[in-house]
Structures are given as structure tokens and as C-alpha cells.
Design a protein around this ligand. Structure first.
Ligand code: NI
Length: 172
């Protein structure tokens, strides 16, 4: 397994429409393992393939707390089948938007259909943190970041800071 570099916004590769995964082969399994390792090392609770420069509809999630056993979930071609009218607010962050957090309002509950890494089609209904993470990660597959849910002013402020930090990093 190996760690993958995580793209930092603003980056055009984070804005792509990811493509459907149509076969589960050795390469895809290696990518899933590498994405888990990269997410755990970061550390983060979710990572979408476009964040490591792969335009595929694939996300990995593990919302287990530090003192709990790992609960890795790999979701291929996830889609939201239903979401509640009721909303909830969550302070979100993103490995591609380091050191910035903001409250995002989303549907409180969702039902998601996906394929697991064995090729089985599954459906889950989620609420709370898992619901938020699922929606956040699935957003990445259509080129959307949590900052796209904020006001233009807030989004612009965060992206400008990230851009500035990137330029400084290149000079070092
Ligand atoms: Ni993210």
C-alpha cells in the first residue's frame, strides 16, 4: 500500500465529473486500499477518488472514533436515492481544503445506493455524521466542495487563502 498525494483546492481536477466504475480489478482494489491508508494517515473520515486525482465514482469512509474498531466503507458509484426535508447543520472540513471549517446545512437523512468492493449492490439509510459525510463525499464526484455550499464571499475568502498558501509553498 502507499500514500497518495491529496489535491488541495483550488485545483481543476477537483471540479471534474467522475466516471462510473465498471469493473473491479486489481488496480481498483489497490486504489481503494491506498485511499484508505491515505485517509487514515491524514487523518480524515472520508476521501473521494477525485481528491487523489482519479476521476472515478469511488469514495472511502470510516467514521469510527479513535478508540473504536475501524469501520471501513468503500462505496462504488454511490447515488443518493432519497433525502429528508428536515435539515441539519454540521461543521465541515475537507482534506482538500486544509485548516478551514464552516457550518454547512444539508438534509438530515439520506438513503444511498452503492456497490461494495465485492460487487454487491447495497442500500443504506444514514443520519447524523454518516449522512453528512456521505453527502460531502458524493458531492466530490460531481466536482463540488463543501465551500460551494457557502456564500460567495466566504468561499472566495477561503479559496484565496489556500491559493496564497500554495504559492508560498512553491517558493520554499
Ligand atoms: Ni472533502
Amino acid at each position: 500500500m502507499s500514500l497518495l498525494p491529496i489535491l488541495i483546492a483550488p485545483d481543476p481536477r477537483l471540479k471534474v465529473q467522475a466516471l462510473t466504475v465498471d469493473k473491479i480489478d486489481e488496480g481498483l482494489n489497490r486504489l481503494i486500499d491506498d485511499m484508505f491508508e491515505t485517509m487514515y494517515q491524514a487523518p480524515g473520515i472520508g476521501l473521494a477518488a477525485p481528491q487523489v486525482g482519479v476521476a472515478k465514482r469511488l469514495v472511502v469512509i470510516d467514521i469510527a472514533k479513535k478508540d473504536e474498531d475501524r469501520q471501513p466503507m468503500a462505496l462504488l458509484n454511490p447515488e443518493i436515492l432519497w433525502f429528508s426535508d428536515e435539515t441539519s447543520d454540521y461543521e465541515e472540513g475537507c482534506l482538500s481544503v486544509p485548516e478551514h471549517y464552516a457550518e454547512v446545512t444539508r438534509p438530515a437523512r439520506v438513503r444511498v445506493r452503492y456497490m461494495d468492493r465485492q460487487g454487491e449492490i447495497r442500500e443504506i439509510e444514514a443520519e447524523g455524521l454518516l449522512s453528512t459525510v456521505l453527502q460531502h463525499e458524493i458531492d466530490h464526484l460531481t466536482g463540488k466542495l463543501f465551500v460551494d455550499h457557502l456564500s460567495t464571499l466566504k468561499r472566495g475568502m477561503i479559496l484565496r487563502k489556500l491559493e496564497k498558501a500554495k504559492k508560498q509553498a512553491v517558493r520554499m
